[in-house]
Write a protein that binds this ligand. Structure first.
Ligand SMILES: Cc1cc2nc3c(=O)[nH]c(=O)nc-3n(C[C@H](O)[C@H](O)[C@H](O)COP(=O)(O)OP(=O)(O)OC[C@H]3O[C@@H](n4cnc5c(N)ncnc54)[C@H](O)[C@@H]3O)c2cc1C
Length: 406
């Protein structure tokens, strides 16, 4: 194997590609990281994730990233469920219940772009990491000893790059997944989600930093972010047939917010966007020396804050295995275990739970709503049930479950 062929090619400098890169280079494995966006516009991205779960915080600490993020985020130990129809808080869960299970008994509300920015600074500074900005993966081939990626660089020149493995961390439209011909199985919700970013202190109405509101007509999520600017994001379902202009217009967004919480003065809206929500899991996470991680392998509804988190868990799991293989301590079949472990989590935890989360919030049947709320109330009041619930929501249970899969 040539020196080139000890290298891992990572496509996509999102949270997943960056975490994988850091995990590998810190263990001495050279990485070429390909990012399609040019360096000068790389950080101008649509706001997305940001609830970093306790299991993820442990991993971010392992690669030296946590300390750089803590001061840029909000420590959120609690989350609440509300019945929006009756303006009533149903249940509050406090991560103190998992204080014996983790040294991070809280969620860190730290916007995805901050994680990307800090991780990119660390990757760029690392001598074992070559970062190619404005360089998109176009395809790849592989043989028994390695892979050859074809990339389109900033001047539109096409060139090959060799490596031992290639990891598709380039999001839902993954070139690696498509090149391997792997089906992306699942469905897309007909209704989109409207995200409105508001400069207003919702805490004075009893909300905590993370809130889920059920409603038969218009469920909502409400999250607090440090910024700057400090703001809250409110998510609402958006009519599949309505035009973007009609949903995103000033009047329409103000009307939504006024219906959510009437106010004498107009809300100061600092951002808004619409997104489509999918529930899909790749039929395989591996094709020879090519692997999928993060959104390229699975996409899900953001209700519950699990997509980026579970992608980061893929990256850490895969990184460890690639290091073992490249050191000669394990064979290629270890990568099948990666698929077994992480595909199980994508289906049995992330997909199952986010589908359930949305169903609970959007339920229309009054009797089922009442039963759901009663279940949440009883769970929050029972210390053992509350701990189990938070272990699932914080993805600690999924990491333990995956570790038990051979
Ligand atoms: C509104 C919203 C809120 C969310 N909230 C949460 C949350 O609170 N918690 C949570 O866990 N998840 C959340 N998610 C999901 C989360 O954003 C994604 O799961 C996460 O960003 C996936 O990371 P990734 O690195 O796999 O892919 P991405 O973040 O999509 O990054 C992929 C990168 O690859 C690059 N790229 C694309 N194609 C190529 C190519 N051909 N070659 C090279 N580079 C390429 C892209 O430019 C990008 O930089 C949310 C999503 C949305 C839409």
């Amino acid at each position: 194997m040539t020196a080139e062929r000890d290298r891992v090619i990572v496509a996509g400098a999102g949270p997943v590609g960056l975490v994988l890169t850091l995990r590998l280079v810190r263990a001495g494995v050279p990485v070429t990281l390909l990012e399609a966006a040019p360096a000068d516009t790389f950080l101008d991205q649509v706001p997305r994730a940001g609830s970093n779960q306790p299991a993820t915080l442990e991993m971010l600490a392992e690669i030296g990233l946590y300390d750089r993020l803590e001061t840029r985020g909000l420590i959120a130990p609690r989350f609440q469920y509300w019945d929006r129809e009756r303006s009533e808080r149903i249940a509050e869960f406090d991560h103190a219940a998992i204080g014996d299970d983790t040294r991070f008994p809280y969620v860190l509300q730290c916007e995805r772009i901050k994680l990307v920015e800090e991780a990119m600074a660390m990757a760029t500074a690392h001598p074992a990491c070559e970062v190619l900005m404005g360089t998109a993966l176009a395809g790849f081939t592989q043989d028994e000893s390695g892979v050859t990626a074809t990339v389109n660089g900033p001047d539109d020149e096409t060139r090959p790059i060799e490596g031992a493995f290639i990891v598709g961390a380039e999001g839902a439209r993954s070139v690696v997944r498509k090149t391997l011909g792997i089906p992306f199985e699942g469905f897309t919700y007909p209704d989109r989600v409207l995200n409105i970013i508001v400069a207003y202190d919702f805490a004075r109405h009893g909300f905590t930093d993370r809130n889920y509101l059920s409603d038969p007509e218009e469920w909502a999520n409400l999250f607090h972010w440090k910024g700057p600017p400090e703001a809250w994001r409110v998510h609402f379902p958006a009519d599949p047939d309505a035009s973007e202009e009609s949903l995103l217009g000033d009047g329409a967004c103000q009307a939504r917010l006024q219906r959510f919480l009437p106010s004498d003065t107009p809300y100061e809206i600092v951002g808004r966007n619409l997104y489509t929500v999918h529930q899909r899991v790749a039929a395989r996470f591996r094709g020879g020396r090519a692997l999928l991680a993060g959104d390229s392998a699975h996409v899900n509804s953001p209700i519950g804050g699990m997509g980026m988190n579970s992608g980061i868990h893929d990256a850490m799991n895969l990184g460890e295995k690639l290091v073992d293989i490249l050191r000669g301590d394990a064979g290629l079949d270890l990568l099948d275990r990666y698929e077994r472990q992480r595909r199980h989590v994508a289906l049995a935890t992330v997909q199952a739970q986010t589908i359930r989360n949305k169903r609970i919030l959007a339920e229309k049947n009054p009797e089922i709503r009442r039963q759901n709320h009663e279940m949440l109330r009883r769970t929050a009041e029972d210390p053992k049930a509350a701990r189990d619930f938070i272990l699932r929501a914080s993805l600690i249970e999924s990491v333990r479950e995956a570790a038990a899969i051979q």
